[in-house]
Design a protein around this ligand. Structure first.
Ligand SMILES: [Mn+2]
Length: 394
């Protein structure tokens, strides 16, 4: 039984009793935790052009003033002593050495994970009481933060008018905790929470993503169009005599529902592909840094590169895979890559490994469909060699 941090729960018990259901405070989830990043380093990241960051001042030029990054040195010079917060998104991707911190969360599917967001605040720093639409683990990394929550989920939140931040107009906490380094609070979606720094304070938010119905439908439609599948026509063999010729009758709506239900019912493979592409899409805020320059790469060259050095996973891209009767897919960067049946065992390897050695290449090289996928992934920035890559005209 896998222990869920130091909570006295197993991972399965956490999933059964808390995941997506109710908050859980875990004292010393990470024993003797020391932040692997300093406040200065975080401020440095917030100044970089390709990194998504925000500065929130509770008592700025206007209440809850939001400045979007990249931040300038002047932004720091004018900061008051208290009541501000810097937030930096996707730190796990910008600093891959932080990735091991996410390893204990791997019992939750990888593709559900969004990012590691890190915030720093001096005394009084807060982003106000709010709800989020995603699951989050709030790991206290430095200093003390007081978290207040409302146990009852808030689905239709009334917000404070006239400010950029989404802050709850009504918030009445029914629980208060002070989190010290190593303590962690899990919150499911829609739980109102309000965190205030009691001193110089750093909080790590391990956030999860969930696709919405419409996004999945959109991806399904796009996958169908790309494959040239245009589906069945509406049919009404049971048509009754029309009383009002201009009416879209409830029967017509029912037939339409049945038509769409049939499409989804008969499309497990299409749905897997649509979902895989959707959940591995690169966020627009990461486009500039996620994709590496193009280069030409033929299979013989691939073998040559492996004799010269290892191949590395691009941490900006998300990976997932699925299998079906005839083979499988690897998903990365919003694309799907097909392998044959014998290639299925390699999919997890390409998703979960962070380095491929020449020995891995010898294994991969036994299956042409996997070689083709690896080659396509290298061309599309999923994996890369650190050695100087030559440009070829194939
Ligand atoms: Mn939040």
């Amino acid at each position: 039984m896998q222990n869920f941090f130091n909570s006295g729960l197993t991972q399965q018990q956490f999933l059964d009793e808390y995941w997506q259901k109710k908050p859980l405070l875990i004292r010393q989830a990470f024993v003797d935790f020391k932040s692997p990043i300093s406040a200065d380093e975080l401020a440095g990241l917030a100044c970089e052009a390709d990194i998504e960051s925000r500065l929130i001042k509770e008592r700025g030029a206007e209440p809850w003033q939001v400045t979007c990054g990249p931040l300038e040195p002047e932004d720091f010079e004018s900061l008051p002593e208290t009541h501000w917060t810097i937030l930096v998104q996707d730190v796990d991707k910008h600093i891959p050495s932080l990735q091991p911190l996410l390893a204990p969360f791997k019992f939750i599917p990888d593709w559900r994970r969004d990012d590691l967001m890190i915030s720093f605040a001096p005394e009084g720093g807060s982003v106000g009481a709010h709800t989020d639409s995603y699951d989050v683990f709030l790991l206290q990394a430095m200093g003390t933060r007081r978290w207040q929550i409302m146990h009852e989920p808030v689905y239709e939140a009334k917000l404070v008018d006239g400010i950029e931040l989404k802050i709850l107009a009504e918030f009445a906490a029914d629980e208060t905790w002070e989190l010290e380094p190593g303590d962690m609070l899990y919150l499911p979606p829609n739980i109102a929470h309000y965190g205030v720094a009691l001193n110089d304070c750093m909080t790590f938010s391990i956030g999860f993503q969930a696709p919405r119905q419409i996004e999945i439908l959109d991806s399904l439609v796009n996958t169908c169009l790309e494959k040239g599948l245009d589906g069945r026509y509406y049919a009404d063999r049971d048509l009754a005599l029309a009383e009002q010729g201009s009416e879209l009758t409830p029967q017509a709506i029912q037939r339409t529902k049945d038509l769409l239900h049939d499409l989804i019912e008969q499309s497990d493979d299409l749905l897997a592909e649509s979902l895989g592409k959707l959940v591995t899409k690169v966020k627009p805020s990461l486009y500039e840094v996620a994709f590496l320059p193009d280069y030409e790469l033929s299979t013989p060259h691939l073998a040559k590169y492996f004799t010269q050095g290892d191949c590395y996973k691009n941490h900006y891209l998300q990976f997932a895979w699925s299998s079906h009767a005839e083979g499988g897919w690897l998903f990365s960067g919003g694309e799907s890559y097909a392998v044959d049946k014998a290639g299925i065992p390699f999919l997890a390897l390409l998703c979960e490994k962070t380095v491929l050695t020449e020995q891995d290449w010898f294994d991969i090289n036994k299956n042409q469909s996997v070689v083709d996928v690896l080659r396509a992934l290298i061309l599309n920035s999923g994996w890369f060699f650190k050695i100087e890559v030559e440009y070829y005209d194939d």
